[in-house]
Design a protein around this ligand. Structure first.
Ligand SMILES: [Zn+2]
Length: 106
């Protein structure tokens, strides 16, 4: 999938959030190899093959009443919607190393 297609899917996901009253903020999109290495070494990330290296992943954080929501129904709803956008849409909430903020394409 191209970055343009990825961006289009992110736009749809942001619209989904808007229409369901889910407020989100963008955390990571692209990471440099150096940034990824740092996160990998500090245990925040467990791979050096992250889709963030090719800017085909976005981390979205839900905000409720001005507070960051660590886990909640919003991520489940967003994950379901993300996967409904078509094959190749992967939600980090399905991984063994659960990462509910992470939405990527193949
Ligand atoms: Zn991520």
């Amino acid at each position: 999938m191209t970055r343009i297609q990825f961006t289009e899917s992110v736009r749809k996901l942001l619209n989904f959030c808007y229409y369901h009253g889910i407020q989100v903020q963008i955390d990571w999109v692209r990471r440099s190899t150096r940034e990824q290495e740092h996160l990998f070494r500090s245990g925040v990330s467990w791979t050096m093959r992250s889709k963030h290296l090719s800017a085909k992943a976005v981390d979205l954080q839900v905000i409720e009443n001005g507070e960051f929501v660590e886990d909640g129904w919003q991520y489940e709803a967003m994950g379901r919607y993300w996967k409904s956008l078509g094959p190749g849409h992967v939600w980090g909430g399905d991984w063994n190393n659960r990462d509910v903020y992470h939405f990527e394409v193949k």
